[in-house]
Design a protein around this ligand. Structure first.
Ligand code: MN
Length: 229
């Protein structure tokens, strides 16, 4: 499994990032149309949590098959992996978190999804003209991107867990930057509006719930869809 992925620069079009999707691919599609997203040159980066809660989680395979769509693994993808690979999981908690659609699939369909989820990196980086952009689901356990990369590359489970589950930075209002990056893009904890702490951008503005999808142009660090519902 490739836990850390380095992308090449996009010299043809725009690179956009989006927060948690949670099965709301139709709303996401509408948001992309609003910014005239062009899949022939533009790319879309997801901070993970593609599935659970929304009406169309099973569409995730269609989205992951698009050459312009790139996602890191969120904690909800990790829950599916844990379930199929025989790890410890509170099934009532998983159902309460929106996992019923997955638990009720045939084992072969679960396995197919999990193999796709396992192929997703935990963190990725994307070069832009003004600097390197990092992407992961929840938070960086380190104040330094190279340290994070090294931790993931040696398969450190604690590092992976913080990357996918931690809400510490928002809870403690930690505004220290992650060195080695122009910006780190994360989701996981819903915020009423995108929130920047140090150089960490919290992008889960509840497009899957009562909020809207914030599409961030990662080269300019400008939100293209501030109020889309
Ligand atoms: Mn999450």
């Amino acid at each position: 499994m490739l836990r850390f992925k380095s992308m090449t620069a996009n010299t043809a079009g725009r690179d956009m990032a989006v927060g948690d999707i949670h099965g709301h691919f139709q709303r996401l599609q509408a948001a992309l149309e609003l910014i005239a997203f062009d899949p022939s040159v533009d790319r879309l980066f997801s901070v993970g949590d593609l599935v659970d809660r929304g009406p169309a989680s099973a569409d995730v395979l269609h989205w992951l098959a698009q050459p312009w769509f790139h996602a890191v693994q969120g904690n909800h993808e990790a829950l599916a992996i844990t379930h199929v690979r025989g790890g410890q999981l509170d099934l009532d908690m998983y159902r309460a978190a929106g996992g019923s659609w997955f638990l009720d699939l045939a084992p072969s369909e679960q396995l197919d999804l999990v193999e796709h989820f396992e192929a997703l990196p935990i963190a990725m980086q994307i070069p832009t003209p003004l600097g390197l952009i990092g992407l992961l689901h929840a938070d960086s356990p380190f104040p330094d991107w190279q340290q994070l990369r090294a931790g993931l590359e040696v398969g450190d489970q604690n590092v992976q867990e913080v990357c996918q589950w931690s809400r510490r930075r928002l809870k403690t209002h930690d505004a220290r930057p992650v060195e080695g990056l122009r910006a780190l893009l994360v989701g996981h904890t819903p915020v009423p509006e995108h929130r920047v702490l140090g150089n960490v951008w919290h992008l889960d503005t509840g497009g899957w719930s009562n909020g809207f999808f914030s599409l961030l142009d990662i080269a300019t660090l400008k939100i293209a869809t501030p109020t889309f519902r």
